[in-house]
Write a protein that binds this ligand. Sequence first.
Ligand code: SF4
Length: 293
Amino acid sequence: APEPDGVRLVVDGLTRRYGKYRAVDDVSFTIRRGEVFGLVGESGSGKTTVARTIAGLPAGSGSGTVRLENSRPRGVQMVFQQPDATLNPSQRVRTVLARALRTLGGRGTVEDLATRTQVEPALLPARTTDLSGGQKQRIAIARAFAGEPDLVVCDEPVSALDVSVQAGVLELLAEQRERTGTSYLFISHDLAVVGYLADRVGVLYRGRLVEVGPTEAVLSGPHHPYTAALVSATALPDTDRSGTGCRFAARCPHYLGPRCDTEEPELREITPGHTVRCHLPIEDLPTDAEKRS
Ligand code: SF4
């Protein structure tokens, strides 16, 4: 049955540690049915740890909850940056897809699955080692859609591919979402890629969500000083200090003084559905206009 309020995934207060290092700190968000939620941030921001936790893979220890509403068994599938890591090189594409249909409870034949997921029939007899990077990723996506996944976690799915084949793989992901109503958690450091696919986006900085909102609002009119720097590709000082305050304080072009060092800001709603974690008064937050100037 369709979920009454359309919520499919609820992540609540997720914290993950590797030893003493807190990779993810009190992260909360929801993903609706058929929605693509993009998670962006530099390396070390915690986005892969969030992805792995949601996919049920080992990712440190910690607290918080990840709840999938009305999910089927094996309802979460993952598409990785490197399809090689999960494709057996000696297998033929047909075998990979047949096994996925079996283990994920998919309907129909390998040919049906190939048609649904746009795998060229000519590729079915090929061994996965003989495929290009883009073809391998398309097979990994076809495999993820062998059952009817509730959520597909995509961790940098096109980052390792030639730019010339990235668009085709993104289109395939967009079409599969359209066809199935599957939700995506879409992790990428590439804002253009996230802008193409995501309905909403969350910006992670050192394990904390610092801005969440509709993709267009966040990427065209970023309001957190870190998002603004990310979007305008402004080089930031490579300094760091660990305090109890805002994690971005040492690098922030809008640093306000001691309050930023000692008091961590809460996520505040600045317009409906758009939240920002910063002490600046709303009228002083960076804006789109500033970005262009
Ligand atoms: Fe910058 Fe202070 Fe806002 Fe942090 S709280 S982003 S240091 S202005």
